[in-house]
Design a protein around this ligand. Structure first.
Ligand SMILES: Cc1cc2nc3c(=O)[nH]c(=O)nc-3n(C[C@H](O)[C@H](O)[C@H](O)COP(=O)(O)OP(=O)(O)OC[C@H]3O[C@@H](n4cnc5c(N)ncnc54)[C@H](O)[C@@H]3O)c2cc1C
Length: 445
């Protein structure tokens, strides 16, 4: 049987290699470190955590990333096994000793009888490789990025520099906010609008200017801002009225409670097909995460907002997966190529490893000539996969963390709210995941 080639031994590539090899496939894992480094990695270990040492909440009944942990544990994840073995005290979070974590994964892959590790940069994928997974992450080497760009049309590979926060629709206060498109264009009610009077606007601008920002890393300082995508605090620093003539302009809108145009407006645009997630238009920011939550809750209508993702700014290479990939993570234009990890437009260590887990399983099933079966969208694994391969709007596609807004609502009682709703979704997910795992086991026998 020929080998599955996996490019990139990060979170996704390591998990993909493990899953494919455990399913009986031969794997060649190509990792360019230490032959060639990246701007963020510091070691030659596989699955190096480049920044925080936290895999976030481990509470599977109340938190979507905790649920993803639990599903991955049940699916024999190497990343979760190493995380559990090298866990540090961190309240409800799964934080790890990064060196022990990476060393355990490196050893498990090096010692696996069906895995060969080659330390080399891959600049393009030879036609004769029958099955390849590209898992080269946000800092994909420039040569390979160019290769991917050539396969996916010129502007399909995005260099991502800024993200705006995304709020859960159920947390927006519609006693204050209302639905309306500017000048009633489109369906007339495409946006959520949060109004501000002059006093609220001035206080908001002052908070933005005073808010604590994340520092640029040395190598990020040379990356210029795109003028069309400036962080809001940078816009605010150019003058008190700048935002009122930019993303917070109130023109073409009238508040149904007063019948008048507000002094300023924050707009949110639908971000997923389910209509559960709403993106704050033009609100890309480099404010620290705690500051974002505090300051954005000053916006009338968002006093109790919960955020599926907060804003941020760093180099990130990712493809437009909803447009380019099929439901089994294959490039439609060249199905022998799969993508996994952050390059598919998921965000975060766990999400990247989760997509690696699926890509490894899918590639191994294909080698065995089985039908590739995807996990149901009611599971965290399936919800994330569905989002990047079709659920998200390809025109506005931006990287995404796992969150309950990606899951289909509960039937027959969609009105269950808050913690009870999450718990019910989590229990449904685990039951559906077990079903899927059993079916895939039976298919492999
Ligand atoms: C500066 C920065 C800070 C971050 N902080 C966090 C954080 O705190 N928490 C979080 O959850 N996420 C964070 N992320 C996102 C994080 O990168 C991902 O969550 C995760 O590492 C992605 O996993 P991956 O496997 O897709 O990519 P990676 O883990 O980056 O793995 C990709 C691997 O591919 C290798 N590679 C690249 N090009 C080639 C090539 N041509 N040939 C062979 N090998 C190649 C790289 O050396 C690397 O080992 C951060 C990202 C950056 C850039």
């Amino acid at each position: 049987m020929s080998s599955i080639h996996i490019i990139g031994g990060g979170l996704a590539g390591s998990e993909a290699a493990w899953q494919a090899a455990e399913a009986g496939a031969s794997v060649t894992l190509h990792e360019m470190r230490p032959v060639r480094g990246t701007d963020a990695h510091q070691t030659d270990g596989l699955a190096e955590l480049v920044c925080s040492n936290s895999l976030r909440s481990d509470d599977w009944e109340n938190n979507a990333v905790g649920l993803l942990h639990e599903e991955m544990r049940r699916a024999n994840s190497l990343i979760l096994r190493a995380a559990d073995a090298h866990k540090l005290p961190a309240g409800g979070a799964l934080a790890v000793d990064r060196h022990g974590f990476s060393a355990a994964i490196t050893a498990a892959l090096e010692n696996h009888p069906r895995i060969e590790i080659r330390r080399e940069e891959i600049a393009s994928v030879p036609e004769e490789w029958q099955s390849t997974i590209i898992a080269t992450g946000p800092l994909t080497s420039l040569a390979l990025a160019e290769f991917v760009r050539s396969l996916t049309n010129e502007d399909a590979l995005s260099f991502f520099d800024a993200i705006a926060p995304i709020a859960h629709k159920e947390s927006i206060n519609f006693d204050i906010a209302w639905m309306q498109s500017r000048y009633d264009k489109g369906d007339g009610a495409d946006y959520v609008n949060c109004p501000m009077n002059e006093e609220q606007y001035r206080a908001f601008i002052a908070a933005l200017l005073a808010g604590e920002k994340t520092e640029f890393k040395e190598w990020e300082k040379s990356t210029p801002y795109f003028e069309g995508c400036l962080p809001i605090e940078v816009m605010a620093s150019r003058g008190e009225e700048t935002l009122r003539f930019g993303p917070m302009k109130p023109v073409g809108l009238s508040d149904p409670r007063t019948g008048y145009r507000p002094h300023a407006v924050v707009q949110l645009r639908q971000d997923n097909a389910l209509g559960t997630l709403w993106n704050m238009v033009g609100f890309q920011t480099k404010l620290k995460h705690g500051e974002q939550t505090r300051i954005f809750r000053m916006i009338p209508g968002l006093e109790n907002a919960s955020f599926a993702r907060l804003g941020g700014l760093h180099r990130n290479t990712f493809i437009n997966s909803p447009r380019l990939l099929d439901g089994a993570l294959r490039l439609k234009a060249r199905p022998a190529l799969r993508f996994a990890g952050q390059i598919t437009g998921v965000e975060g260590y766990v999400e990247s490893a989760a997509i690696g887990l699926l890509a490894g399983r899918f590639a191994a099933a294909e080698m065995r000539r089985e039908n590739v079966s995807a996990p149901p969208p009611t599971t965290a694994l399936g919800a994330l996969l569905t989002h990047i391969t079709g659920g998200a709007d390809e025109k506005t596609f931006q990287p995404m963390n796992v969150n309950f807004g990606l899951f289909p609502d509960l039937a027959p009682s969609p009105r269950v709210k808050g913690k009870d709703r999450k718990k019910a979704m989590a229990h449904r997910a685990i039951a559906d995941l077990e079903n899927w795992l059993n079916k895939t086991r039976e298919a492999a026998e």
